[in-house]
Design a binder for this molecule. Structure first.
Ligand SMILES: *Cc1c(COP(=O)(O)O)cnc(C)c1O
Length: 377
């Protein structure tokens, strides 16, 4: 049996007729940049996420970059980011001349440890913004985070690249992640929960002025064309990608439900096979969309090799925390500075999470892990 992390060709085959027709239509139309499908997708996303403005851009990285830029983050500005995330979360801060302030994570949910965030804010009044990451699709505690942001006057850019359709309670309301901070950023990278056939991204906001600025920033700061109000970027979503995403968005609720079911089956299987002691499995938190199903084990590298040998997809997200990346050596962090993330990086292993995984496949994967654990003793 071969079980990939994700079966994107399989997903395409199921939607082939619909997708091929939409792509063909765009090609025939000649409107390859900012064609009608872009605005149509944005309207669909505004409705889906219950947010005032959806602005598509060229990638999730650009979504973060343009958001921070539009919110005025620039040279010397300090921005809190978790050290355990994809590189882009911090890279964009540095790209704008800002300084990422790395904070450790809570081992229970892999998201920012808000007690440590508060400590940093008390020590350093120069911090201007914070980028909470809803890692692996699990929502951050946005209620508590927004209270801190108000208290310390911070801009909040949510990195929801892994968490489209995840929800979290804020006050009496259940909200989609990404719609709570000043801006929320999403990625349409192919392997994300809503992915296109290349790079793509999205910024959402309820702030009219910010949305207006972002719409200019993505077309070189121009309005009208060839009249530049500011220096911007070339960061648009291709019409072809928008046409594909418009179709896929209709299936996102179904796919999300299936991912949560896959996670539930893993959960049941790990418990049924008596592994809940040796393997740290993610709890089935409300609102979690399981972009990844990540376990923690002691002999991670050996288990990864064992699974690979048996045709079971697996991946390490992420092997090295950002504060210890070579490019950030100049910031003065040492091994031991942020110990939770450093330990977690040695133990995390993501298992296959394709929405169409069967109960038999999940049993096969968990059985392989059990055999590895037994063989080890
Ligand atoms: C994927 C991802 C990004 C970047 O998105 P791209 O579309 O690949 O540029 C940023 N942050 C996180 C947490 C991601 O997972």
């Amino acid at each position: 049996m071969y079980i990939p992390m994700l079966d994107l060709p399989g997903q395409y085959q199921r939607l082939k007729a619909e997708i091929d027709a939409a792509i063909g239509q765009v090609i025939a139309s000649g409107h390859y940049i900012m064609g009608p499908a872009v605005a149509e997708l944005e309207a669909d996303l505004e409705q889906f996420l219950a947010v005032k403005h959806a602005i598509t851009v060229a990638s999730g990285t650009d979504a973060l970059l343009l958001s921070l830029d539009a919110l005025g983050i620039g040279p010397g500005d300090k921005v809190i980011v978790p050290t355990f995330t994809f590189f882009a979360t911090a890279g964009v801060v540095t790209r704008l001349g800002g300084i990422p302030v790395f904070v450790d994570i809570d081992p229970a949910d892999y998201n920012l440890d808000l007690a440590q965030v508060e400590k940093r804010l008390q020590e350093d009044p120069a911090i201007k913004a914070i980028i909470p990451v809803h890692l692996f699709g699990r929502p951050c505690d946005m209620e508590r985070l927004m209270a801190l942001a108000r208290q310390y006057n911070l801009k909040v850019v949510e990195d929801a690249c892994q968490a489209i359709n995840a929800t979290v309670q804020v006050g009496n309301e259940i909200k989609k992640v990404g719609t709570i901070g000043d801006a929320g950023c999403f990625s349409f990278f192919p392997s994300k929960n809503l992915g296109c056939f290349g790079d793509g991204g999205l910024i959402v906001t309820n702030n009219d002025k910010l949305a207006d600025k972002l719409r200019m920033l993505r077309v070189h700061g121009s309005r009208p064309k060839y009249f530049h109000q500011m220096v911007g970027y070339n960061s648009r979503l291709d019409t072809i990608q928008a046409a594909v995403l418009k179709i896929k968005l209709k299936y996102l609720n179904e796919w999300t439900e299936k991912r949560v079911n896959v996670a539930r089956r893993y959960h049941e299987e790990f418990r049924a096979q008596g592994l809940a002691e040796q393997v740290v499995i993610p709890p089935l938190t409300a609102g979690h969309v399981f972009h990844q199903y990540v376990i923690r084990v002691e002999k991670r590298d050996q288990l990864a090799a064992y699974l690979t040998d048996r045709g079971i997809g697996n991946a390490v997200y992420y092997p090295l925390p950002l504060h210890l990346q070579p490019c950030y050596a100049g910031l003065g962090y040492q091994p031991g500075s942020l110990p939770v993330a450093e330990a977690v990086c040695q133990q995390v292993l993501a298992l296959p999470i394709d929405p169409e995984l069967t109960r038999e496949q999940i049993r096969y994967i968990v059985t392989a892990i059990k055999n590895f654990m037994c063989g080890e003793k």
